[in-house]
Design a binder for this molecule. Structure first.
Ligand code: AMP
Length: 357
């Protein structure tokens, strides 16, 4: 009780303090009049970025129960129609695009979407245009009923699971191509991949018109490409990037981990061990990108089934390779184990306390 009193008196004091700094209301103004005049003074709020500020304490609170049961929708027409019915002006709509076979990493994006929006659309679509002919489109793991159960449990509003002809009807020929940030790394080893990604994301944005869309930092280059597309095409979508969720041994969660044999699964942990080692080396003062990449390469080369596609230290925004880490960088890795391709990354930020010394 005592703490309660203390908090409310503190709050009253803070309110009084705040009012002093603003223009004083007329002496006899009622509280209602004061509120009204304040709201007239703040019309600019509409042009502010649309992302809601989420306080730390709000983040910890449990998510609200969804107001309606999840609906599984298979066609663009039905999706637009249903969104038209349930969408109200004040409610924010979030999109979480996925290729399904959902794991905790995907679900962490869904939870963030639920925290930030009232209506959450999760798409499950194995997008053929982001696979080259030699890649694993046909064997990509699928589990629609499992995905449906998981998304329902997470309180998603709509699960959008179209088939290929719904998204790419005969005669389809329009793509979005982000040219520079997609040139290297996965763009070099998977030609056409990012064109497929940005095109499908663009199409989903056009269909759903979300206020925000949530993506994982695990696919770092993809996240950078999407941010670039949103900027370049003046799209009104907030792009939210979420940290990589990992298994207990550090392996980044991925639908493709299902392809690994127990021995390959064990070898794959070398990736994150390498990334962490590079981070420790940075923290001990090493700034040279080649040295930082070398510790990752050394660990990966110890594993007999791993073939390294790339290990690169680059600028976190432009993705240009940098010879040394001055303040921030990202270390990107892609490997192959047999036919399975895995990617991972780690941020390399020079500790501020060091530079202050
Ligand atoms: P995918 O189904 O692989 O296309 O991934 C769908 C979304 O989930 C993308 O935004 C990914 O970056 C994100 N994602 C995949 N794996 C993880 C993970 N381990 N942690 C966080 N996000 C992830």
């Amino acid at each position: 009780m005592a703490t309660k009193k203390k908090t409310s008196s503190k709050r009253r004091a803070a309110t009084r303090k705040g009012e002093k700094t603003k223009k004083k209301p007329a002496k006899k103004a009622t509280k209602k009049q004061v509120r009204k005049s304040r709201s007239r003074l703040m019309p600019k709020i509409k042009s502010q970025p649309r992302r809601k500020a989420v306080s730390k304490s709000a983040k910890k609170t449990a998510l609200k129960k969804p107001t309606r049961p999840m609906k599984l929708i298979r066609t663009i027409r039905d999706l637009k129609k249903y969104l038209g019915q349930i969408r109200s002006r004040r409610q924010r709509v979030a999109l979480v695009p996925t290729m399904g076979y959902l794991h905790e990493g995907h679900l962490s994006l869904v939870r963030e979407a639920r925290r930030l929006a009232t209506v959450v659309v999760a798409s499950v679509f194995v997008n053929p245009t982001q696979f080259s002919p030699s890649e694993d489109l046909d064997r990509y793991p699928r589990d629609l009923s499992g995905d449906k159960r998981k998304l329902k449990q997470e309180g998603v509003t709509i699960m959008f699971a179209p088939d290929t002809a719904e998204i790419y009807p005969e005669g389809f020929q329009t793509y979005v191509d982000v040219t520079e940030v997609t040139r290297d790394y996965c763009g070099a080893t998977r030609p056409g991949h990012f064109r497929g990604v940005t095109s499908i994301v663009n199409k989903l944005f056009n269909i759903i018109k979300p206020d925000l869309a949530v993506f994982g930092q695990k696919d770092y280059q993809q996240l950078v490409a999407i941010r670039q597309m949103v900027r370049d095409l003046s799209m009104e979508v907030d792009v939210v990037g979420m940290p990589t969720l990992r298994e207990e041994d550090g392996l980044a969660m991925s639908s493709r981990n299902a392809f690994l044999s127990p021995s390959q699964r064990q070898q794959a942990t070398a990736t994150f061990r390498g990334l962490r080692k590079a981070k420790r080396l940075l923290d001990s003062g090493e700034r040279d990108s080649a040295e930082l990449a070398a510790v990752v390469l050394d660990l990966l080369r110890e594993e007999q089934d791993i073939r390294v596609e790339y290990v690169s230290v680059c600028d976190p925004e432009t993705l240009e390779r940098i010879p040394e880490v001055e303040s921030s960088a990202v270390l990107l890795v892609a490997i192959r184990i047999s036919d399975t391709r895995l990617i991972d990354n780690i941020r390399l930020d020079v500790r501020k306390s060091r530079s202050r010394r």
